[in-house]
Write a protein that binds this ligand. Structure first.
Ligand code: PLP
Length: 430
């Protein structure tokens, strides 16, 4: 197939994330990916600012990850997890139990982030059912969140920004508190927690769990909020017994400047979801971790078993490459890399703040966000970035990057200078 045939067939037959079949936006055919570079079919190279949506933290085709994957493929690519266990799953679970906050001791593996959140929610519901509390069928969350595309996860995504309002008639009704405030570094006032506290008081008897992204709200708006808000959520959950589910799928493994974003607040959730960077972007894999209280609570009930079991649960290839990725994370001093990238993003994106087209510029960990005053023209902006040799994928009013931790200074500068030039052009906004 010629490159043009690939693109043509794609246009006519393949859905991409959040796209129309009738009027698809352009897609760029990638032939190879190595280090921080994507190589297009026509030979052009793009420096990747997105880490393939938070995942490729060590860059692409890292030799250690490739070796872990190929060695595992020669031994055993997959085996069912029902009635069987294997070394890659056990070694990965041991690493996760060791590196996450101490109370998280029980691990459930699944194939994607959305499913790991579904499993977390199911754990919470089963926990209360086991206690005979059949009225706890609702979830409390905050506006501006994103937790996945399956139906129950959609029900805790931001109710307004985009796609999910469409499904109002078929979605479970969650309880929504305002988006968490204040911003990450802003001073705390007790009033910031009033609305949340009020909703807990109103709905306490029907709430199974609070679901939220700790500190960084990702796809729902790229906002960074105060650790004190999260501490208060932990306190009120502890006081009422309502379970706290922390969705660390985007933030996990160092991205926010801490290994897990919960650490900014010094708290531990009852249930934690991990995905995205877990395998360094090599394979799809997710995990839901729970405390003994949650696990024992479920098992003490009439049902006694956790009612979930994906076909590809604990896939050995994914587990083996995740182990290698977590080893690399530790060996490569992720904290120093994340902090250096963060400093550079803060410095080099700062000029955007003076532009009339820009509403806000913010950074945390190795995440940089430029919020524009008007929504971007996605296709035009994408073309602009590709012409500048970088891969940045904006949405709505957000031009944001979370580069691989291995990115060198000059490569990152090429990305930031393209962003500064792009957001200055009113014609690239809609
Ligand atoms: C990406 C993401 C998910 C969904 O993960 P998928 O692997 O896309 O299903 C859930 N929660 C958060 C915070 C995410 O960033």
């Amino acid at each position: 197939m010629q490159t043009s045939d690939i693109v043509k067939f794609d246009r006519e037959h393949i859905w991409h994330p959040y796209t129309s079949m009738n009027n698809p936006l352009p897609v760029y055919p990638v032939a190879r990916a190595k280090g921080v570079r994507l190589t297009l079919e026509d030979g052009r190279e793009l420096i990747d600012g997105m880490s393939s949506w938070w995942a490729a933290i060590h860059g692409y085709s890292h030799p250690r990850l490739v070796r872990a994957l190929t060695q595992q493929a020669q031994t055993m690519s997959h085996v069912m997890f029902g009635g069987i266990t294997h070394r890659p799953a056990v070694e990965l679970a041991r690493r996760l139990v060791d590196m996450t906050p101490a109370p998280l001791q029980r691990v459930f593996f699944s194939d994607s982030g959305s499913v790991s959140v579904e499993v977390a929610i199911k754990m919470a519901f089963q926990y209360w059912l086991s206690k005979g509390e059949t009225g706890r069928c609702r979830l409390l969350t905050v506006r501006g969140g994103y937790h996945g595309d399956t139906f129950r996860t959609m029900s805790v995504c931001d109710p307004e920004n985009g796609m999910h309002s469409l499904f109002a008639g078929v979605l479970a009704k969650s309880v929504f508190a305002p988006a968490p405030t204040p911003a990450f570094d802003a001073p705390w006032e007790d009033e910031h927690f009033d609305a949340f506290e009020q909703l807990v008081r109103e709905h306490e008897a029907e709430l199974a769990a609070v679901v939220l992204e700790p500190i960084v709200q990702g796809a729902g708006g790229m906002r960074f909020y105060s650790p004190e808000f999260l501490r208060r959520v932990r306190e009120i959950c502890t006081r009422t017994g309502i379970l706290l589910i922390a969705d660390e799928i985007a933030t996990g493994f160092g991205r926010s400047g801490k290994l897990f974003a919960c650490e900014h607040a010094g708290i531990s959730p009852d249930i934690m979801c991990l995905g995205k960077a877990l395998t360094g972007g090599t394979m799809t894999l997710a995990a839901t971790l729970a405390t003994d209280r949650v696990a024992n609570g479920i098992s003490d009930g009439e049902l006694s078993v956790l009612m979930h079991g994906p076909t590809f649960m604990g896939n050995p290839l994914a587990c083996a490459v995740a182990c290698a990725s977590l080893d690399l994370l530790v060996e490569n001093d992720w904290a120093a890399s994340v902090s250096a990238i963060g400093d550079q993003l803060r410095r080099e994106l700062a000029p955007c703040a003076d532009l009339p087209t820009v509403r806000d510029v913010r950074t945390l960990g190795a995440i940089g966000v430029v919020e524009t005053t008007r929504p971007v023209d996605m296709a035009a902006l994408q073309r602009f970035f590709v012409d500048r040799g970088v891969w940045v994928r904006p949405f709505g009013r957000l031009v944001y990057v979370m580069p691989p931790y291995i990115m060198k200074k000059d490569d990152l500068s090429q990305i930031t200078s393209a962003i500064v030039d792009a957001v200055a052009r009113p014609e690239l906004l809609s």
